[in-house]
Design a protein around this ligand. Structure first.
Ligand code: IMP
Ligand code: MG
Length: 417
């Protein structure tokens, strides 16, 4: 491994989101200056409310200023001078924003939910900022061009890791609500299978409920697609098929650039990834089996939970680094990620998956697409790449996905009125 990787691992920068960390740092100042836990006993309620009000104002000002910097960054990107934006200087890895982010308003909303400025001992956290960014993104989507496509990751986003979407899952009526609003829905998952039967097994609850629903048109139902293996297999909802999904041949949806992906390179890349995985298995004595598919290779343990985080992360970073330095790896996009219990390397990534869904539905713009996922760290996480193709929301559990979709619905109603 190169020195850079070792240093990065040591500092764990790949386990931190730079924009969120930076915002947290800004909020730490008013938190320290305004919250005085030592005097809490002497204060009566009136004083507490006053301090909370003051802290709220300071936090809101910070979010207003960051929102201004984001707007400036968007302007610089439009004029193709992104490198000169002040935000880029402050947070170098910051990417592209497809819509405005209404941060001040989002903070005010989340402060009402989470009482952030009332806290005296716990500073604004990673999760506070993550949820504020999600709310700001939803506002940006409904206030600018309007939402046309929501893409969902599978594991951890729609169901628990490795689980299936059961018919009583609360996310199902929310997905149906989107379809009823003529918003397209794609499940963009790493889980890569060539047969509809396998996806039916994982998504049966949703597919059966959709089949039995009486208030959706056929057009609205066929607004549900599944993109498997990150960007490798496309299926569309189809009531007449035994597994309610029909395979869409690649020539019907591949992006022009994807057509030039050479099958020889695919094989070479997976060979390199596989031998690198096998070297990790030997080196770290991993209790796993190796699984080679036509567009992916991975390792998974015999018993769930047998691998610890350090083993998973080491394996991802070693394989990613090895493939990156290979010739096939320089010609083909790939995604190496830690699936929580396993490590997989897929051909392509979710930026290609989301773009292909946008194109399949007639060319939906990034500013009208939202990808919801749980893996947004810069290394070893597979939703991260979707940021290149669409706006994103970073959730931490299926319950948060439900909350996010309800928040979206509330916003759509309040914007329409
Ligand atoms: P996601 O969270 O929906 O993207 O699903 C990721 C999980 O799918 C991985 O952690 C694996 O357990 C599983 N999986 C099954 N087949 C594949 C494959 O071909 N590539 C990557 N992951 C796969
Ligand atoms: Mg996931």
């Amino acid at each position: 491994m190169t020195t850079r990787y070792r240093v990065e691992y040591a500092l764990k920068s790949h386990r931190r989101d730079q924009l969120i960390e930076w915002i947290k740092g800004l909020l730490a100042v008013p938190f320290v200056l305004h919250s005085q836990p030592t005097t809490i006993q002497q204060e009566h309620n009136e004083r507490l409310a006053e301090v909370a009000h003051d802290t709220h104002q300071r936090y809101a000002e910070i979010f207003r200023d960051v929102e201004g910097l984001l707007n400036d960054h968007i302007e610089h990107e439009r004029s193709e001078a992104a490198g000169k934006s002040k935000l880029r200087l402050l947070v170098p890895p910051v990417g592209t924003f497809f819509t405005r982010l209404y941060l001040e308003e989002a903070f005010k909303y989340q402060d009402k939910q989470r009482f952030i400025s009332r806290r005296r001992f716990v500073a604004p956290s990673f999760n506070d900022v993550r949820l504020i960014l999600n709310s700001a993104q939803l506002l940006g989507l409904v206030r600018t061009k309007g939402l046309q496509l929501v893409t969902f990751d599978g594991d951890v986003t729609l169901y628990d890791d490795g689980a299936c979407l059961a018919a009583d899952s609360p996310v199902i009526p929310r997905i149906l609500r989107l379809l009823r609003q003529n918003i397209k829905v794609a499940i963009v998952t790493a889980a890569g299978y060539t047969e509809a039967a396998k996806y039916y097994e994982r998504l049966q609850g949703l597919l059966d409920v959709l089949h039995d629903s009486t208030d959706l048109t056929d057009d609205q139902r066929s607004g549900l697609i599944v993109m498997g293996g990150e960007s490798n297999y496309l299926f569309q909802y189809d009531s007449s098929s035994p597994h309610k999904l029909t395979y869409v041949p690649r020539e019907k949806w591949l992006l022009p650039e994807m057509m030039s992906w050479d099958e020889e390179d695919v094989k070479k890349l997976l060979d390199i990834a596989e031998s690198s995985l096998r070297a990790c298995v030997a080196n770290l004595s991993l209790p796993v089996s190796v699984l080679r598919k036509d567009r992916a290779v991975g390792v998974y343990p015999q018993i769930k939970g047998q691998l610890h985080r350090e083993q998973l992360e080491e394996t991802v970073l070693v394989v990613q680094n090895t493939v990156e330095r290979s010739e096939a790896g320089s010609r083909l996009p790939f995604c190496a990620f830690n699936g929580g219990n396993d490590v997989f390397i897929d051909i392509g990534d979710k930026s290609w998956g989301v773009r292909a869904c946008q194109r399949y539905f007639g060319g939906i713009q990034p500013a009208r697409t939202l990808h919801v996922g749980d893996q947004f760290l810069s290394a070893g996480a597979n939703d991260f790449k979707a940021r290149l193709a669409s706006t994103t929301a970073w959730i931490a559990s299926p319950a948060e996905t439900v909350q996010l979709l309800d928040e979206l619905d509330d916003l759509q109603h309040s914007t329409a009125n």
